[in-house]
Structure formats: C-alpha cells, structure tokens
Design a protein around this ligand. Structure first.
Ligand SMILES: C[S@@+](CC[C@H](N)C(=O)[O-])C[C@H]1O[C@@H](n2cnc3c(N)ncnc32)[C@H](O)[C@@H]1O
Length: 226
C-alpha cells in the first residue's frame, strides 16, 4: 500500500508552503482578468485542509455569495469544517471523478467560478474531471486550475516503485504520478481536454518553477511516503 500524506490534514496544513505560493501567484495573475458578477457562487475542488480556500482564495474573491470547498478525503473535509466553516463558506465530501457523480444532481444551481489548486494531477481520468468541472459551471462561468504537469517527486516515486526494497509497497504508484509527467506538450494535451469538455481557453501555460525547502524536515513533511 502506498499513500502520500494528503489525508493528514494537520500535517498538510503545516507543510503546504509550495502549494500556497503557487495558488497565490495564479490568483494575483488572473483575478483581475476574471468577471465578478454581484451574485457569485464559487467552488474550490480538492480544497484539502481548507487553508488555501479560506486564507487565499476567499480574500481574493472580488465578490462572492457562497464558497464551497470539496475534497475526496473525509479527514481533510472534517479538518476544514472545524477550522474554517463560516456563514456562506462550507466544505463537503466529493470525489470529482466518482463513477456515480452527476454534477448537476449534487449542485443544481451550478457555480459562477470553479477553482482547483494542486489537485488535478492526482486524477488519471482527465477527460472526466474536465467534463465534470465544465458541467458545474454556469454559462459565462470561469475555471482557474493550477496543478503539476511533471515534477522530480514523481520521478522519485517511479524509481522507488522499481526498486526491489520498495516495489511491494508501491504497486499503485501510477495513481500518484501526474498524468502529464511523460507528455511532451502538456499544454496541448490540457487544452484539448478543456476544448473537448466545451470550455473556451483564455490562457493555458506550463511554467517551470523552483522551490527551496527551508530544511530536510520541511521537505519530508510535504512529501512523506508512509
Ligand atoms: C495537495 S492537496 C491541495 C489542497 C489545497 N487545494 C491546497 O492548494 O493546499 C490535493 C487535494 O486534492 C484532493 N483530491 C485528490 N483527488 C480528488 C478527487 N478525485 N476529488 C476531489 N478531491 C481530490 C486530495 O484529497 C487533497 O486534499
């Protein structure tokens, strides 16, 4: 059995500087280019511990009527609810690619904005993910997603999975490697998923980023394999 620490809400919350930095950068780059109707229902997919949802996304919204964070981890949702639930801000369980998920049955009103930070690289069925995200959007709605196309971390996972000491613990390694890790032009592939799901693409960029961890402990907390 191989699992990242994405279900350990408190630990994640103390070690998410990389994710926070990149969500903040994307919000400051795109927020002003987005339209902000007075009534604005907002969804954050893969909200995790809720820190980014409540401390970055919420203050960045130029208008909102409701903000809903959803996550496939019950532990994350429970943590986010206990720490950040407030009037018009809610958290709930959702697997965005669950076979029985019918987006508009669960959210009949739909959303004016859908955000997702550092979540979609966990999802192998990208077509289904984007088709569900697209269905959740109201006409004229906007989607902003940030996730890893490829990363040295995924190479480490793949190497460990081939190592005789570790391979037996990592049989499900493919679930933890971005579906774009070995794709030559991730932007083109992502664009085609977006277009196929009926969305218009205003901008789609694959950016080379570096990140320095302040200590080996900080690195381990972010990437620990249990
Ligand atoms: C690295 S965390 C990011 C959390 C938060 N958005 C942030 O930027 O700090 C990724 C989150 O995506 C969630 N996730 C993974 N697959 C998902 C799915 N199919 N549906 C909903 N959430 C999912 C995980 O449970 C995890 O909490």
């Amino acid at each position: 059995m191989f699992a990242g620490n994405m279900h350990k809400a408190q630990l994640y919350s103390s070690a998410n500087a990389l994710q926070t930095r990149d969500a903040a950068a994307a919000l400051s780059l795109y927020r002003d280019a987005m339209s902000w109707p007075d009534e604005c229902d907002v969804l954050d997919v893969g909200c995790g511990s809720g820190d980014v949802t409540s401390q970055l996304l919420l203050p960045a919204l130029k208008s909102y009527s409701s903000l809903t964070g959803v996550d496939v981890s019950q532990q994350m949702v429970k943590y986010a609810m206990s720490k950040y639930q407030q009037p018009n801000v809610t958290f709930r369980y959702l697997d965005i690619v669950a076979p029985d998920f019918r987006p508009r049955d669960l959210f009949p009103r739909g959303f004016h904005k859908v955000f997702s930070f550092y979540c979609l690289h966990w999802i192998s069925d990208q077509k289904l993910a984007f088709s569900n995200l697209s269905e959740l959007l109201l006409p004229g709605g906007e989607l902003l997603v940030v996730f890893l196309a490829s990363a040295p971390l995924f190479t480490i996972y793949e190497r460990l999975a081939k190592d005789s000491t570790w391979s037996r613990y990592m049989k499900d390694v493919s679930k933890f490697v971005s579906p774009y890790q070995h794709v030559a032009n991730p932007e083109d592939e992502l664009k085609s998923h977006l277009l196929d799901s009926g969305l218009q693409v205003k901008d789609c960029k694959c950016i080379l980023q570096h990140f320095s961890y302040p200590s080996a402990v900080a690195l381990k907390s972010n990437y620990i394999i249990q």
